[in-house]
Design a protein around this ligand. Structure first.
Ligand code: ADP
Ligand code: MG
Length: 695
């Protein structure tokens, strides 16, 4: 078979099509359509059935339908909005067509007695079932109107490109397509069963026949769609593997296990590692002793003890004369790590450095010098760690904590920075368990370890939901807890992602509580406080000087005060499940029985109610993560919605998650046996969106 006969459509520019000039090409580019192949992979979002006429008596709301009938009345109605209302009747019933914009000529032609065929979406209107602004044609007994013979595709579009335009361009593209020009890139030996030919699947999906199972097509579960979804997931997977390969091909300093140092550390730790911690620590230690960079993700529920595992990894770098950098996403968490690392490592004679964005200039210079000379052996900090002016003497390991708050792109960018500074080993830790399917696709570039056991002596947090109308009772409960020697958090949330507004809300709540609880020492932390002030409040709370801490969600991550056993979360319905779970993880860290009160504003939305129910039912982060995925979708769960990533053209991680294990196998097979097709697959599905992978 001569594969060179036709040029691959990936190489044919859209301007080769009739009617596509520079202007239209620019608009198509907005849809990420550059080549004719891109156009072929620009698949319909949904379909309309214009192949059959539905009797008016059988109409359901919210359906796209073709109907035919005779006009029985046509008048201008003066309601809230002026509209032209046309009553249409067939042998089975009567319904309304409504036009908010209409011309005098139009009104004149839609006369009583005229027969028309309409197409549009039914909805419940003022007069029962209505169609707003239907497309319509007059029926003429002399020349009958044909119905469509195929389902009508509806494409994702953008301003300035009509559906009709996309349909006609796709038509042209389909005519150019054959099995050579749209190459099968997945090698035959990668399939278990012979798959549907790619060109056949693409042609079908642009123009499904009349009898196609439209429900399946709308759900995206049609075998042809699954065939393409598989290929798309495969392309994503391969691109992640490529990132990994690139990083690993750079090589890294192997770090043999410094057994004596590790033993000394464990002796003075004050507790035994859990089985899960030991297992994960061993996996990390084995990675670190390899001559290529470790790329490992550690997942562990809140409070599972990830920090100590990171400390063991850091020791392995230090024991081999290299530095370790520990990065946290927030100042509070970074400060807390600094505290833990200093407490654990300085007795072993190891110097812990510290970098934060809010540090005074002189202090910062001092720290930078210590990092550059290698005097600071372990360096804890925020993003500030990865600024250009930070030069490590000899960085052997980078730990990025609470990875979950970063999107995939951010994560890769961070790692890129980290690896520019030195070809270091990388350990990534996330406190928010990621559903298995998501982890498989979004973290395909990482090996994964799971700490699936909590340290002993923890009592599960019991969670109740109380309406804000009973706020007074909740305040009394806080008083009682504080007076009996326990400590409590009161967390304020806001819908808007505005630190300033959130800070203000927290200030108001703190004021109100100080007024109502004059006998309780109340602190306040929010994102607007100076780092030093925040630190003072946090350490006061930690030492027990403050009994109640009013806070914004800045305390979400990592704060560790075992004596705090009560948490009130205001307006929990505003937060995602993962975030709620994170917050709740701040209590239940000591021996006392802990409680979490979800103080909700009523009435609750359906989603709000479901989330609150999930929180009451389980304390297991993995269960919560699955539920979160179900309720909010993968973009939200991975924290990537804002950056618009993880946008698949066709695949849907929830719907197609079952394909992933196989995708993983096939990707591994292709990467090792057919590396020559990798680039083409990535290009076809990710196009230029893959720039993040060019590490
Ligand atoms: P996370 O996984 O949420 O980051 P941390 O590392 O902050 O959890 O640990 C939570 C708390 O549990 C800390 O106070 C830590 O010292 C303690 N801890 C960690 N491991 C153990 C253990 N094996 N036994 C007892 N306490 C532990
Ligand atoms: Mg932590």
């Amino acid at each position: 078979m001569d594969k060179t006969a036709a040029p691959s459509l990936a190489q044919v520019d859209v301007t080769a099509l009739k009617g596509v000039g520079k202007q239209l090409a620019d608009k198509l580019a907005k849809l990420h359509i550059h080549s004719v192949q891109d156009l072929l992979f620009h698949l319909p979002l949904r379909y309309m059935d214009r192949t059959r006429i539905t009797p008016i008596g059988g109409l359901q709301p919210l359906a796209n339908v073709v109907i035919e009938g005779e006009i029985r009345a046509c008048d201008v109605a003066f309601g809230r909005r002026r509209s032209l209302v046309c009553r249409l009747q067939d042998g089975t019933g009567l319904m309304t067509l409504r036009f908010f914009h209409f011309s005098a000529a139009q009104k004149k032609r839609l006369t009583v007695g005229a027969k028309i065929r309409c197409f549009g979406e039914t909805r419940r209107g003022a007069s029962g079932l209505e169609i707003y602004h239907p497309e319509y044609d007059f029926l003429d007994s002399h020349k009958p109107l044909a119905l469509e013979s195929k389902l009508t595709p509806v494409y994702p579009a953008t301003e300035g490109i009509t559906q009709a335009r996309l349909r006609s361009l796709t038509e042209q593209a389909l005519q150019l397509m054959d099995n050579h020009s749209l190459q099968e890139l997945i090698p035959d030996d990668a399939w278990k069963h012979h798959p549907y030919p790619l060109a056949e699947a693409v042609a079908y999906l642009h123009h499904p026949p009349k009898e196609a199972p439209i429900d399946e097509l709308l759900e995206g579960t049609h075998p042809y769609q699954q065939r393409l979804a598989f290929e798309e997931l495969l392309a994503h997977h391969l691109s992640m593997l490529r990132v990994r390969q690139k990083l690993q091909s750079a090589g890294a300093e192997p770090l043999p296990i410094p057994s004596a140092l590790l033993a000394k550390f464990r002796q003075q730790l004050g507790f035994e590692l859990t089985g899960a911690q030991s297992r994960v620590a061993e996996e990390i230690a084995a990675d670190l002793s390899q001559p290529f960079p470790m790329l490992r993700l550690v997942q562990g529920d809140v409070g599972s003890g990830k920090t100590v595992v990171a400390a063991l990894a850091a020791l392995q770098a230090v024991g081999n004369g290299l530095q370790a950098a520990i990065m946290a996403p927030t100042e509070i968490l970074a400060e807390q790590h600094r505290h833990s690392f200093t407490q654990w490592l300085e007795p072993l004679g190891i110097k812990v450095g510290w970098l934060s964005g809010r540090q005074k200039a002189a202090l910062r210079r001092e720290q930078l010098a210590a990092i550059a000379s290698g005097e600071a052996q372990v360096v804890v900090g925020t993003h500030a760690l990865f600024q250009d002016e930070v030069v490590f003497a000899d960085l052997g390991l980078t730990v990025i904590d609470e990875q979950h708050r970063f999107g995939v792109n951010q994560r890769l960018a961070l790692r890129q920075k980290a690896s520019q500074q030195a070809r270091s080993h990388q350990l990534i830790m996330t406190a928010t368990p990621i559903p298995r399917t998501l982890a498989m696709s979004a973290y395909a570039d990482l090996d994964c370890s799971i700490i699936d056991e909590l340290p002993p002596g923890r009592t599960p947090v019991s969670t109740v939901a109380i309406s804000n109308e009973r706020r007074g009772q909740v305040i009394e409960r806080v008083r009682a807890a504080c007076l009996s020697g326990r400590q409590a958090y009161w967390v304020c949330t806001l819908i808007e992602e505005s630190e300033a507004l959130e800070a203000k809300a927290a200030e108001e709540v703190a004021e109100q509580l100080r007024h109502e609880l004059p006998d309780i020492a109340i602190g306040l932390v929010h994102g607007r406080l100076k780092a030093a002030d925040k630190e003072v409040q946090m350490s006061e709370f930690k030492q027990g000087g403050l009994q109640l801490l009013v806070a914004t969600t800045v305390i979400e991550v990592g704060v560790d005060v075992p004596n705090a056993s009560l948490m009130i979360i205001e307006n929990p319905e505003r937060l995602g499940l993962a975030q709620l779970h994170q917050l709740r993880g701040r209590v239940g860290r000591g021996e006392a029985e802990s409680h979490c009160v979800l103080l909700y504003g009523s009435p609750l939305s359906q989603h709000g109610r479901e989330r609150i129910t999930a929180m009451r039912e389980t304390n297991d982060g993995f269960v919560i993560a699955e539920k979160d995925l179900q309720l909010r979708g993968p973009g939200e769960v991975l924290g990537t919605r804002q950056t618009g990533e993880v946008s698949f053209r066709l695949a849907d991680l929830q719907r197609d998650g079952h394909l992933l294990p196989r995708v993983k196998e096939v990707a591994t097979h292709i990467a090792s046996k057919h590396p020559e097709v990798v680039e083409g697959l990535i290009c076809r599905w990710l196009g230029s969106a893959e720039n993040y992978a060019n590490v």
